[in-house]
Every structure is written in C-alpha cells, then in structure tokens.
Design a protein around this ligand. Sequence first.
Ligand code: PGA
Length: 244
Amino acid sequence: MTYVVGNWKMHGRRQAAGALLRACADAASAAGPEVEVVVCPPAVWLTEAASIIAPSPLKLGGQDCHAQAEGAFTGDISAPMLREAGCDFVIVGHSERRAGHGETDAQVRAKAEAAIRAGLRPIICVGEPPAERAAGRAGAFVLAQAKASVPERLDASQFLLAYEPIWAIGSGRTPSAAEIEEIHGRLAAAFPGAPVLYGGSVKKTNALEILKIPGVGGVLVGGASLAAAEFGGIIAAASAQAPV
Ligand code: PGA
C-alpha cells in the first residue's frame, strides 16, 4: 500500500473545505487499489467531511490528539472523539506541534498510544532541524527521536512513521534521493514492516521521483494538499508507481 496523506493544517474555510473534500474524494475513487488517500482537515470540519466524502474510499485523519480520552484540557481533542467524528488516522508529533506547543517525545508517544487505544492509526512524525543535518547527524537524530516517540511492542500494522525534515517543510527544498533513502533505511531497520512516509515540500512535480525511492511508503503533503489539481497529481503519481 502507498499512502498519500494531506495535512491541511489551519487552512480551509467551510465552503472551500467542502469543495476540496469533494475533489479529493473523486481523486481517491480514481486512485489505484494499492493507494490509500487520507486527508486531515481542521477538526471542526471532520463530522461534516465524513458525510461529504461518503461513500468514497477517501479516509479522514486528525492533525493531533490528546493523550487522555477525556478531561479538563481546554481546547484539546481526544482520540476517541476523532474516531467518532469519522477518522481512521491521526497525525502525532508534527514538528509544528513539537516546536509551537512544546511537545516532547514522551508526549508524542502517549498520544500515539491513545490513538491506538481509540482504534486510530497514528502517523508519528519525526525529522531533524537544519543544524543536525548540517552537522551530519540527521540519521542519528531521527532514529533517536523515532525510538522515543513510537510506543513499545507495537505491531507494524498499527502505526505509520513520517520522516519530515524540518527545513524541508514549506520551504520548497527537499533532501536528495540518497539522503531520503538513508533515513528511510534506518527507520525501516528499527521498525520493520511499518510504512514510512516522506514529508516536506512534496508537489505533483516531485512526487513520483520521491515515491520511487526505496523505503518510501507514501507521502505526507502540506501546502500541495490544499489545491485539488496538485493533490490529485500526487495521487496520480502514487497510482502510477504503486504495485498492482
Ligand atoms: P509541506 O508540509 O508539504 O507544505 O512542506 C508538509 C508537512 O508539514 O506535513
């Protein structure tokens, strides 16, 4: 299976979100059987999104969840709530959460555990800051972060990893194919069988090239998931590349 996941972040007002969801549902319906398309819109739209996209094969994901199922946590959303809203997936540990909300590896791991308890598949994000890459320590950094962020004793089918170098997110820059292959190889060795997505400036023009890199099990797409033609192009690239 090749995964194409759209992370809308805090984008998409109601009307635009509805139109984009309909386009994504059509693109997911046209995708090959070995391509799983997931969109992660802002949480307020999830329930409505679930009815807009039904009965298409498009899946929904949350962008974050709390580690507790319920409680006095103003502004937070729990994994069981996401599940009830129609999600199958949830992104945890995105670098924007780690940087902007001070999330630690331990918190990310607790969120991933909560997601699995709720019947969701967490997409656990890891990625090095520019200084670690410049110092030649990207591989060691990412591996340590992943080992601390992924719950122990998981079956590979219960979660996904996403390698997102921080400096590649929203920058238009991507690592070389060799650099992506090296990190994905390390993650595959540490977490055998778990899909490892690449994220960071994926567009329809580079998607096929990235998806062909050994060890890349899909893509996590930010900016390019907000335009139907771009995201549709990435889904088409995944369909062209995925084994049938
Ligand atoms: P980008 O974001 O595709 O806009 O670089 C990726 C992400 O943050 O998941």
